[in-house]
Design a protein around this ligand. Sequence first.
Ligand SMILES: Nc1ncnc2c1ncn2[C@@H]1O[C@H](COP(=O)(O)OP(=O)(O)OP(=O)(O)O)[C@@H](O)[C@H]1O
Length: 303
Amino acid sequence: MASLQVSDLSKSYFGKVAISNLNFSIPKNRITGLLGPNGAGKTTVLRILTGFVQPDQGSVLLDGVSLKKDPQTIKQRLGYLPESSAIYPEMTAGEYLDFLGNARGMESSFFKKRKKEVLDICDLKSQTFSLTGILSKGTRQRLALAGALLHDPDWVVLDEPSSGLDPIQISHFREIVRNLGKDKIVLLSTHILSEVEETCDHALVLHKGNLVADLPVSEFKRSDSVLLSAKTEKETLEKIFEGKNIRILSSEKEGEYSKFRLESSSLKPEEIFEIVRKEPFPILEFKISQKSLESVFQDLVSR
Ligand SMILES: Nc1ncnc2c1ncn2[C@@H]1O[C@H](COP(=O)(O)OP(=O)(O)OP(=O)(O)O)[C@@H](O)[C@H]1O
């Protein structure tokens, strides 16, 4: 199975560390998110992986082929979608792909086959003859992706692919990326946690140039809390919850009622509900409240 192996990768700019001793591997058939706040080192990693920047130290191997020793082979196998792509507005979508195919010196029958395939993969068939200048931002982004896939790369690097797209365009684009992940190595860089949660299978989390987490997205600590609004006091609830592993994270008086935020590492929300509903006090509201994305990220970087 194709895989990308990164070992001891470091890079400093003018003595300032951008990334430090990164070690990770990315197997095929998996969409990996490279997640981190601004300045975490994501762009530096992408620039190194795509051969635009030389690392100070470390190696990148694609199926055992070294980027340093054989950059040309690796670049031929790479499809890169930068954060913003130059697409000439006076060309049609089809002409744009013709232009790229020519510029890359692609063999004619292979190009024709691939052009059809990428228009299909990126859901652009109906736009082939549309001028790119009149296309929506989401469609232009799919065209840029089609261009990045034209030479049939087996690994694909996407830099902040949803930036500037509206929610419908984002969900359309994500569907295409998820399909790509079925048979390619996909690395998607973003500072948006929900993007990783919704698109990726695995996350590499960067913080200040260090890899602070390398884990399946399903392991993001997203334990949900529960909001309870009831006509009772905090002290009463504390007594009810004694020995039951339910924490009262906050309580706030609202007229006759109080709003409590509850959390349990062992009980499900419905089990907490079973406990409180047996009590005599009236309950106005009981609902699950997802942990904020920011606090999930903080959990990851503070591990
Ligand atoms: N060409 C450069 N010259 C000097 N410093 C740089 C250069 N490129 C990046 N840096 C520094 O390296 C660190 C990592 O930057 P990098 O752009 O890789 O992070 P990032 O996670 O991609 O951030 P962003 O999301 O803001 O692009 C930052 O402190 C940045 O200021």
